[in-house]
Ligand binder design. Structure first.
Ligand SMILES: [Cu+2]
Length: 224
């Protein structure tokens, strides 16, 4: 009871009311689907261990604990096999559902962002595949953008990202989106995202890549 009272405001406080992307929403939903039962199972197992330690401990004046003649209880064994099996199937199905959301790259994205990792900065090359959703400059021409250290997207657009490294291993971590993907020399990785809420979102390098790894940061600006 005490633990539950502590956890409810904590979990409520970190659960986001408005997801920042479909992938983040799916990831967070899966996280709590696993976390909440895991806390309950942890409490039950901890309680059973405590009970067994106390009940079967060696008493004063004895060299052994009390004998436990009960073995091979078919009913108990069935219960503790079937219940975990059901939990694994539920978590497995939910995990695949989350993966379908996070890992299905849209066939016709609005925007393509090439994310180029260098020691020690992020460069972004933005191409609007769906030109009607892009920006136009003062002369009415469609603008393609190349920026370093930050890039801007409109909320709601579907974005395909292609990640390349020009030197060593890096990892693109768009922190609030729960999105982290390796960026490896000689191999491009492809992923996607869809920003839903205007705001500024932190990007970090999540793979130690040399002396100035700590400074390899950038920002995603999402505008209406
Ligand atoms: Cu790096």
């Amino acid at each position: 009871m005490g633990l539950a009272a502590l956890l409810v405001p904590f979990l409520g406080g970190i659960a986001r009311a408005d997801p920042v992307s479909p992938g983040q929403a799916a990831t967070e939903q899966l996280f709590y689907l696993v976390l909440v039962p895991a806390i309950g199972i942890g409490a039950v197992v901890g309680g059973l261990v405590l009970y067994a330690v106390l009940k079967f401990r060696v008493r004063k004046g004895h060299t052994e604990g009390p004998a436990n003649p009960e073995t091979g209880n078919r009913r108990l064994e069935t219960i503790w096999t079937v219940i975990p099996a059901i939990i694994l199937v539920v978590v497995g199905v939910a995990g695949f559902q989350a993966l379908i959301t996070t890992d299905t790259i849209p066939q016709n994205p609005d925007v393509l962002v090439e994310i180029n990792a260098h020691q020690w900065y992020w460069n972004f090359n933005i191409t609007y595949i769906n030109e009607t959703k892009g920006w136009y400059n003062s002369t009415g021409n469609f603008t393609s953008l190349n920026t370093t250290g930050a890039f801007t997207l409109k909320a709601g657009l579907t974005v395909k990202i292609i990640l390349r490294s020009f030197d060593v291993n890096h990892a693109f971590w768009l922190v609030p989106f729960d999105l982290k993907i390796d960026v490896i020399p000689g191999h491009s990785n492809t992923y996607w995202l869809q920003p839903l809420q205007p705001g500024d979102y932190a990007i970090r390098c999540a793979e130690f890549c040399g002396l100035n790894h700590y400074s390899m940061t950038a920002t995603l600006h999402v505008v209406k």
